[in-house]
Ligand binder design. Structure first.
Ligand code: 9G3
Length: 575
């Protein structure tokens, strides 16, 4: 492709709403074009990269035995009413009506469609297992679209659905897709973790989120570099400090004026924060939103409470709990804000972190203004109504799997694998007959990849101050030949010779033959992030060109033949 003919509009400045690197760079390179809030179009270079990601997905999905189909983006309401989801979703479900007033939606996902398809087509166990997939545009009317392709209202998703005769079969389909995903994201050049979204689920995980590590990601990840452990911090299991066997010392109340925080009381008494008990006070509500009970949660003083684990322990939804008004709770339970401890509370549910059971002689609030109690011991002095892990896994804590110190980062969810079981097949009567002609519901799994979100995640992981640094496998073009002086015969001839040789070898090559200053051409080559730049300049007459990989600072001079040979080798090795 000659750049003088290419329809591409690079930008120096981008709208203020573009805050993260991928959003800024995909706009500055002219690869995407915003149509409306959360709705983007793909221009030539952007579309070439999207198609390469799709091609990698197709190759690995087909290799895994899945079969590609292509369903409509428009879905009749009747199927969503049958699955019970039509009323389960709010304005995010993009509902529309046809000219006769019939209800449809723009599909946000396709469980109902694929289940309906298969219930009509599959009747026998002999047809199982089956995995059907599509690469289709999805619609979710997000309340706050942001970050460009990261959270848009229209996006391209590969969604696959597996159908098995039983859960053992589903486990195999799931593992098969899990391995295919590892290959796909590796080939896309992503650093990722399969985050266990069901930490602690009995009998294996029921879903994993494939998460590209990135500081701009929406989910916070705890992961281990030594083993494969990775979990969203809100779900990550923690390891309790080892139980202590020191003798139980006698309780003693101490005057600790004004020490309302853990830091203050630990400082005042000259003990480490690990030797104190932190209290957090809550009020919970029932399904009607009426007052249910007071809750006091206790964790080791240096730790942070994990709200997801607390509400799971209480068996309530996240919206049914709030921090308590300390005065009101004090009157009702005997707690005293800043001086609350587990001894002597009443009319209050005590949720005690499992770690406290094994620790000895801790400092806790005395439920008395300006006073604490030393040598508090679980069992002898108090008991919890609920005793379980309610702490946050911190950076440096031991990995719950292998004990190595865990790390924290953020992540962009680019793929999900779910075991659906019979949720949809029961609701929609999708069954098969076994060897004895008996009917059974199909056992399903579903598997998504955010294709356009993957494009953004790749840019987040592969850029520098000068622009994008495309992995060869998904770059819009492999090589850019920067012709310094288009009207210099020797240079132009050399550039076109290289161009023709590369193109003839299947290398996707750009020729920057524009009538622009060299500086502008070098800046654009860096911004666009083409993996390899071959500069044809004043030494062209000697048959010498400059060879530079976008991912390295080094520039080397090579003969035309060397440059062509090495370019072909680079692309063959990394595409
Ligand atoms: C909706 C709306 C938004 C949604 C859903 C339904 C997310 C919905 C979950 C999934 C699960 C899997 C197949 C591919 C992999 C992910 N957001 N989900 O079901 F109506 Cl408005 O989509 N689906």
């Amino acid at each position: 492709m000659k750049l003088s003919k290419a329809h591409i509009k690079t930008l120096r400045e981008v709208p203020a709403e573009a805050e993260i690197p991928s959003h800024i760079l995909l706009l500055r390179t002219g690869m995407i074009r915003k149509l409306a809030s959360g709705i983007y179009g793909f221009m030539p270079f952007g579309w070439r990269s999207v198609r390469k990601i799709e091609e990698i997905i197709r190759q690995e999905m087909d290799a895994a035995g899945a079969q590609e189909i292509h369903m409509s983006a428009i879905q009749p309401a009747e199927l969503w009413q049958e699955s019970g989801r039509w009323s389960a979703y709010g304005p995010e479900l993009w509902r529309i009506k046809d000219r006769n007033g019939r209800d449809f939606c723009l599909g946000p996902t396709h469980e109902e469609i694929f289940t309906d398809l298969v219930r009509n087509d599959i009747s026998s166990y002999r047809q199982l297992p089956m995995n059907l997939y599509q690469i289709q545009t999805k619609y979710r009317d997000e309340a706050r679209p942001r970050f460009g392709l990261m959270r848009s209202r229209e996006f391209i998703m590969k969604d696959a659905y597996s159908f098995d005769r039983d859960f053992a079969g589903l486990d195999q389909s799931y593992d098969n897709m899990y391995r295919a995903y590892e290959k796909i994201f590796t080939r896309c050049g992503l650093t990722f973790r399969a985050v266990d979204a069901d930490t602690g689920a009995i009998g294996g995980s029921n879903s994993h989120e494939f998460t590209a590590l990135s500081e701009v990601g929406e989910s916070e990840i705890a992961y281990c570099e030594k083993c494969a452990m990775a979990a969203t911090t809100e779900r990550a299991e923690c390891v309790d400090a080892p139980a202590e066997d020191a003798p139980l010392l006698a309780l003693s109340e101490v005057y600790t004026p004004g020490t309302k925080t853990i830091e203050e009381v630990a400082g005042f008494l000259g003990v480490p924060q690990e030797r104190t008990i932190k209290a957090l006070l809550f009020v919970t509500y029932d399904d009607e939103g009426e007052f249910k009970e007071y809750v006091a949660a206790f964790i080791r003083g240096d730790r942070e409470l994990n709200m997801i684990k607390l509400v799971n322990a209480l068996g309530i939804p996240e919206h049914a709990i709030a921090f308590a008004d300390e005065a009101a709770m004090g009157a009702a339970t005997g707690s005293v804000g800043g001086f609350t401890g587990p001894i002597g509370l009443h009319d209050c549910k005590l949720v005690v972190d499992s770690e406290l059971k094994g620790l000895r002689n801790l400092v806790a609030g005395a439920n008395k203004e300006d006073h604490h109690i030393k040598n508090v011991n679980y069992g002898r002095d108090y008991e919890g109504d609920i005793v379980t892990d309610i702490k946050m896994l911190r950076e440096g804590d031991p990995c719950p799997v292998c004990g190595a110190p865990v790390k924290h980062t953020r992540g962009i969810e680019v793929g999900q694998v779910f075991k659906l079981g019979t949720k949809y097949s029961q609701a929609m009567n999708a069954t098969y007959k076994d060897e004895n002609q008996e009917d059974h519901p199909l056992v399903m799994g579903c598997y998504g990849i955010g294709v356009t979100r993957t494009l953004a995640a790749i840019v987040e992981q592969h850029h520098d101050d000068n622009g994008i640094i495309w992995p060869v496998s998904v770059a819009p073009y492999h090589v850019i030949i920067t012709l310094v002086k288009p009207d210099d015969q020797a240079q132009r001839q050399t550039a076109e010779e290289i161009y023709d040789q590369l193109a003839a070898s299947g290398v996707e090559v750009l020729l920057d033959d524009r009538d622009e200053r060299p500086g502008v051409k070098f800046k654009d080559a860096d911004l666009l992030g083409i993996p390899l730049r071959i500069t044809v300049g004043k030494r062209a007459a000697e048959g010498i060109v400059e060879y530079k990989l976008r991912r390295e600072a080094e520039k080397t001079e090579k003969t035309v033949a060397e440059a062509v040979r090495e370019a072909i080798a680079l692309v063959a090795a990394e595409k």
